[in-house]
Design a protein around this ligand. Structure first.
Ligand SMILES: Cc1ncc(COP(=O)(O)O)c(C=O)c1O
Length: 454
C-alpha cells in the first residue's frame, strides 16, 4: 500500500490484470494494464505530470501560468489534476463529439472549456487544434501542452509505462496491443519493449474513418471520415506517433468497440471507455491465434464512467443503429420493456379459470404460462378459456390444470434476441430461464417494438 504526499505521486505504477472470461482459453494469456486506476482515471495522467514538469524545468511555465490544450477529455483531466496541485490555470479546447460528462468533469476541476466543431479539417481556423494554438499564443504566461507533438508525451511512456509492463510481465511478453491517439502510448511502450526484445509484436486498433492504417500502408495522407469512438484514430499524423514501431494496424468498427467495452463491464467487471473496447476486440483476436504459453498485453486507457450517456446507454446505441438483435440478450430486452409489468405473469395449475382470466385482465394480456413451482407446465389463452365458459359457466371454477395447453418454449435469458426469433415465428412468447428456473417472459410484440427502435 502506498502512502503519498500529494496526488501526483499516485500517478502510474498501475496494476496488470489477467483477462479471464473474455479471452479464448485455447489462445495466449491476455493481460490488461489498468490505466484507468490512475488518479484522473486515464493513462493521460502520466503525460500530464511530465509535460508540466518539463515546461517548469525549461522555465516556460511560471507561478500563476496557464496550461492550454486541445483534448478529447482525458489529457485535460490529467492536466487539471496536476494544475490543481501546482496552482496553474487551465483552458481546454474540445471537439463537440466529446461526451457531456467529460466537459462537466473538466469544469468541476476548475478548468475553462471551449468547444469546437468536429466536422472541420485540422487546418481550419475553427478546428480544435487551431483554436488551442491561438489561445496559447494570445494568453500571457500560457503554454500549450501540445500532446500531439510534445516529445515529453512519448518520453513518459518510454520512462514509465514501458518499464512497468516489462517488470510486471517479467519480460514474458509476445505481443502488445494498444490504440493510437497522439501515438505517445504505443510509440513509447513499443520503443521500450522492442529495445528489450525486438521480437515483441506491436498491434494497434484503429477506428474505420481514421487515416492511420492507410498512412502506414501507403505513406499517403487520405481524408478521414467521422466515427464515434473517442480519443483514438486521427485525421493528422501526430508527431508523437512513430508508425514504424507499430507492426500491424487493424481497423475496428464503432459497433465492435462499444460491444466489447460493454462486455468487459459485464463479464470482467472492467468499466472502461470505447478505446479499451477497440483494443480488447483486437487483442482477443490476436491472442486467439497464439499459443497458451504466450502473453498478450493490452492497455485500458480510461474509465467507462465518462461514457454513461454514450455507449453504455441503450437509447444512445439504438439511436446510432448499433443495438443489434445478435448482441442484445433477452435479459436486456426484458429489462427494457414496460416497467409496470412483472418480469413474468403466471398462474399455478390449481388456479381456477376465473382467477386466470382475472390475472390476464389485470395486466391486459391474452396468454399466460402455467407454472408448477419452477416447472413450465402449460399455457392459457383467454379466448379458449372464454369459449369453454360460454359452453358451460361452471367451467370457470375448475382448476386450469385440466384445460391448459402445451407450454411456451423457453430459452436461457442470456440468449440473444436474434436466437429467439425462430421460436417466436411459431409461438407468441418465450419464457426466459436462469439456471433452468423461469425468470421472465418476452413476446413477439416486445421484439417487434425493439427492432422498430421505439
Ligand atoms: C480514451 C483514449 N484512449 C486512447 C488514447 C490514445 O492514447 P495516445 O494518445 O497515447 O495514443 C487516448 C488519447 O487521447 C484516449 O483519450
Amino acid at each position: 500500500m502506498r502512502k503519498a504526499n500529494n496526488i501526483l505521486e499516485l500517478v502510474g505504477e498501475t496494476p496488470m490484470l489477467r483477462i479471464g472470461k473474455l479471452a479464448d482459453p485455447g489462445g495466449a494469456a491476455l493481460w490488461a494494464k489498468m490505466e484507468y486506476l490512475n488518479p484522473g482515471h486515464s493513462v493521460k495522467d502520466r503525460i500530464a505530470v511530465r509535460i508540466v514538469e518539463d515546461y517548469e524545468k525549461e522555465g516556460l511555465l511560471k507561478p500563476g501560468g496557464t496550461v492550454v490544450e486541445a483534448t478529447s477529455g482525458n489529457t485535460g483531466m490529467g492536466l487539471a489534476v496536476v494544475c490543481a496541485v501546482k496552482d496553474y490555470h487551465t483552458i481546454f479546447v474540445m471537439p463537440d463529439k466529446v461526451s457531456d460528462e467529460k466537459r462537466r468533469l473538466l469544469r468541476a476541476m476548475g478548468a475553462e472549456v471551449v468547444i469546437c466543431p468536429t466536422s472541420v479539417g485540422p487546418d481550419d481556423p475553427a478546428s480544435y487544434y487551431s483554436v488551442s494554438r491561438r489561445i496559447a499564443e494570445e494568453t500571457p504566461g500560457a503554454v500549450l501542452a501540445d500532446q500531439y507533438f510534445n516529445p515529453s508525451n512519448t518520453q513518459t511512456h518510454i520512462d514509465t509505462t514501458g518499464p512497468e509492463i516489462w517488470e510486471q510481465m517479467e519480460g514474458q511478453i509476445d505481443a502488445f496491443v494498444a490504440s493510437m491517439g497522439t501515438g505517445g502510448t504505443i510509440t513509447g511502450v513499443s520503443k521500450y519493449l522492442k529495445g528489450k526484445n525486438p521480437n515483441i509484436k506491436v498491434w494497434a486498433a484503429d477506428p474505420f474513418g481514421s487515416i492511420l492504417k492507410e498512412f502506414k500502408q501507403t505513406g499517403e495522407m487520405t481524408l478521414g471520415y467521422p466515427y464515434l469512438v473517442e480519443g483514438i484514430g486521427e485525421d493528422i499524423i501526430p508527431g508523437n506517433l512513430d508508425i514504424n514501431l507499430v507492426d500491424e494496424i487493424v481497423n475496428v468498427t464503432d459497433e465492435d468497440s462499444f460491444y466489447m467495452s460493454r462486455q468487459m463491464a459485464r463479464k470482467e467487471g472492467i468499466l472502461a471507455g470505447g478505446s479499451a473496447g477497440s483494443i480488447m476486440h483486437l487483442a482477443i483476436e490476436v491472442a486467439k491465434g497464439m499459443r497458451p504459453d504466450q502473453n498478450v498485453v493490452t492497455i485500458i486507457p480510461d474509465t467507462g464512467e465518462r461514457y454513461l450517456s454514450k455507449h453504455f446507454s441503450d437509447e444512445w446505441l439504438r439511436e446510432k443503429g448499433m443495438l443489434s438483435r445478435e448482441r442484445v440478450s433477452l435479459r436486456r430486452l426484458r429489462q427494457m420493456k414496460d416497467k409496470e409489468l412483472p418480469a413474468i405473469v403466471s398462474v399455478g395449475p390449481e388456479a381456477t379459470a376465473r382467477e386466470a382470466l382475472e390475472v390476464m385482465n389485470k395486466f391486459n394480456i391474452s396468454q399466460i404460462p402455467v407454472l408448477t413451482g419452477d416447472e413450465n407446465s402449460g399455457r392459457l389463452h383467454d379466448s379458449s378459456l372464454l369459449a369453454s365458459a360460454l359452453k358451460d359457466s361452471a367451467f370457470l371454477d375448475e382448476p386450469v390444470a385440466a384445460v391448459m395447453e402445451a407450454p411456451f418454449p423457453s430459452l436461457d435469458e442470456s440468449a440473444s434476441v436474434a436466437q429467439s426469433v425462430q421460436l417466436l415465428l411459431r409461438d407468441q412468447g418465450v419464457i426466459l430461464t436462469k439456471d433452468d428456473r423461469p425468470v421472465g417472459f418476452v413476446t413477439r410484440h416486445d421484439i417487434i417494438t425493439f427492432s422498430d427502435g421505439k
